[in-house]
Structure formats: structure tokens, C-alpha cells
Design a binder for this molecule. Structure first.
Ligand SMILES: [Fe+2]
Length: 233
């Protein structure tokens, strides 16, 4: 896949659609409800090398992410959730043990699309502009404190889950969630996430989660994506 196919313009459209509770599946096609689609990656599957290999993306995006989409579509077909947007399915099933299967697959679809969009080749490092200012205002110690907190959350999440930068009641925070959970179910606005399920890094890093986390933070974070999410918060 060439960069031109997944241009910044397309990427922005996709992120805006995610923010609006919909998903962009193909040029000009906005899906608000089932059948949910596997959104295109915003870059080639080798674009994040050497931090994340094409082989990892092949399995992670092509197998895991796709499976969540396929499972979700099977689960909501013919139910009162068939016409709901992805975000509505997530919010409608959060905390409901009887709907845990639907929630897990729906949230994993959303989380992964958000994760892919939150990375780019030659990303990482310190943000600029409003995001820099908000991080400085929200974390005593500024970027260095934020970076340490994000890395600690990602490394400290026991088992599978996610580390997030969120906007919450006017402040930016770092939170972690287990399995498929997403901070939006607690009223927070996700700005960025790091997948710390083993399938995200095991082929490249085996058990060295810290190496994966540090490399993502320093080399891949897409601050433009986080800034757009902050602007919409
Ligand atoms: Fe994942």
C-alpha cells in the first residue's frame, strides 16, 4: 500500500469519523452501523518498521483486528444493536455482564482503529502547540513526567490492556484499562493509546514489553492525531 492511498487527508477523515462515532471503511463510504468494517490502515504495513514489523502488523491488523470486526458483526446481526454506531454499541454494553462478548469485540474494534491512527513513521518525541501547553499544565514536571507516567501505565498494566492519554474534566490524564476496556465508558475523551496486549509486540520483542513501549512513545506517537482529538474534546 502506498502512502498516497492512506493520505493525511484520508487519515484526518478517518479520525474525525471516529470522533463522531462512525468509521470510514472505504473512500467516500461512512459506516454508522453494522455491518461494521475493518478500516484501512493509515499507512503501509511496513511503515512503522523497525519499531513494529510488517509481520506484527500483518497478524495484529489482518488477523486480530479483523476477527474483532467479524465477531462483532455476527453478534449484533438481527439484534437491536444492528443499527447502532460502534460507539453506541460500546456505551450500551459497557458494564453489562450479559453483553460482555459484544462489548469486548466492539471496544476492541474501536481501540485498534484508534491505536493505528495514533502512530506514524518518524513520530514520537515531544508534542508542540496546545497539546504541549496542556501537558505542561496537567502534569507536574511537564512532558518528562507525562512520559514517565504513560510508560509506567503501559508497562504496569497486568496482563492484556491499554495505556491511554485522555482528557477528563478539563485536564489531561494517563489511565490504563484491562482487556478491551475504553475510558470513554467513564466519560473520558481518549487522545492516544498504546496496545499492550502481547499480540502487539511479542513477535518483535517477546517478553520485553518495556522496549516496545519506549520505542512507541519515542518514535511512533502521532501527536497530530492526539491534537485533533483534543480539539474535539
Ligand atoms: Fe491489539
Amino acid at each position: 500500500m502506498s502512502e498516497s492511498v492512506f493520505s493525511r487527508r484520508r487519515f484526518l477523515t478517518a479520525s474525525a469519523a471516529i470522533a463522531a462515532g462512525t468509521l470510514v471503511g472505504a473512500p467516500g463510504i461512512v459506516r454508522a452501523a453494522a455491518p461494521h468494517i475493518l478500516p484501512p490502515l493509515p499507512y503501509a504495513d511496513s511503515a512503522l518498521e523497525p519499531v513494529i514489523s510488517a509481520k506484527t502488523i500483518g497478524f495484529h491488523y489482518g488477523k486480530h483486528h479483523k476477527a474483532y470486526v467479524d465477531n462483532l458483526n455476527k453478534m449484533v446481526a438481527g439484534t437491536d444493536m444492528a443499527d447502532m454506531s460502534l460507539e453506541k454499541v460500546i456505551l450500551a454494553t459497557a458494564g453489562n455482564a450479559d453483553k460482555a462478548g459484544v462489548f469486548n469485540n466492539a471496544a476492541q474494534v474501536w481501540n485498534h482503529t484508534f491505536y493505528w491512527a495514533g502512530m506514524k513513521a518518524s513520530g514520537g518525541g515531544k508534542p508542540t502547540g496546545l497539546l504541549r501547553d496542556r501537558i505542561e499544565a496537567s502534569f507536574a514536571g511537564g512532558y518528562d513526567a507525562f512520559r514517565k507516567e504513560l510508560a509506567s501505565a503501559a508497562m504496569g498494566q497486568f496482563g492484556s490492556g491499554w495505556a491511554w492519554l485522555v482528557a477528563d474534566a478539563g485536564k489531561l490524564k494517563v489511565v490504563k484499562t484491562g482487556n478491551a476496556d475504553n475510558p470513554m465508558t467513564k466519560g473520558m475523551k481518549p487522545l492516544l493509546t498504546i496496545d499492550v496486549w502481547e499480540h502487539a509486540y511479542y513477535l518483535d520483542y517477546q517478553n520485553r514489553r518495556a522496549d516496545y513501549v519506549n520505542a512507541v512513545i519515542d518514535k511512533l506517537i502521532n501527536w497530530d492525531f492526539a491534537a485533533e482529538n483534543l480539539a474535539n474534546a
